[in-house]
Design a protein around this ligand. Sequence first.
Ligand code: NAD
Length: 269
Amino acid sequence: MEPDTALRKAAQILADARRIVAFTGAGISTESGIPDFRSDSGIWNKYDPNDFLFQKFIAFHKNRKLYWERSKEFYEPILKAQPNAGHKALVRLEQMEKLDCVVTQNIDGLHQRAGHGEGRVIELHGTVATASCLKCGKQWPAADIRKRIVEEAPGVSDGVPYCSEPDPDGPEGMCGGPIKTDTISFGQSMPEKETAEAFARARNADCCLVVGSSLVVQPACFIPVEAKDRGASLIIVNREPTPMDAMADVVIHGSAGESLNRMLDYVLS
Ligand code: NAD
């Protein structure tokens, strides 16, 4: 299909829809300067994903050290990032009273900062905004933990933060549990409430609009499948082909910001 024909067809689907579930991945945030994971310049071309398995984080100090080192490199662009034209286009869809919700695999908080209403963004893979002790559950703003690492404050060992909450039975009277950002690593359980909510919204959707996802991370990638199986139209906007292109009603191989805004301009024309 010619690119402009595909954009017009997608616009027609959006024009007819009333309960759109947008399903987003790292690709919607690359235009904000945050690298994705699987493009040529993505993070997994630099690191081995196996080193970041949750089970290894739990078991080995060396993997926790690698996690917090990579985290510094990965989170710096996130801290500087601003919502881009793609994030704002989804807010426009909400203002047009067509968007039910955004289900995002992203952890950068940019959808919320773009201006969606309360409860409209479901974070499937957590957030970089907070960090928690995996032993006692105490939670902090992640910025406080990063500051603690830089200052090598109590509880920090070799660049790795451990919980310093009082615990008479713990090492040196502290809890001592490993601290991790509240993001979901490979091998870690998905958040139950958000996952159930996302699948329920997908079942109720009349259109699923996928933006910037390689659609290979499970079980998140089954959300568009669930929507399609229940009768929703499926639109995929991604720079590269995905394994689910064949089941989509329209596939647009282009940049998220430009494609979404051109689609919305057609809807309004
Ligand atoms: P992914 O890296 O597997 O795939 C991103 C896809 O987006 C690629 O297919 C790429 O071609 C496409 N893409 C990149 N820039 C684009 C653009 N400007 N316009 C359109 N398409 C573009 O990402 P994923 O599917 O989200 O899965 C990876 C996991 O990575 C997720 O669980 C997520 O938590 C995590 N992640 C999040 C962020 C973030 O929060 N910004 C960044 C990196 C990774």
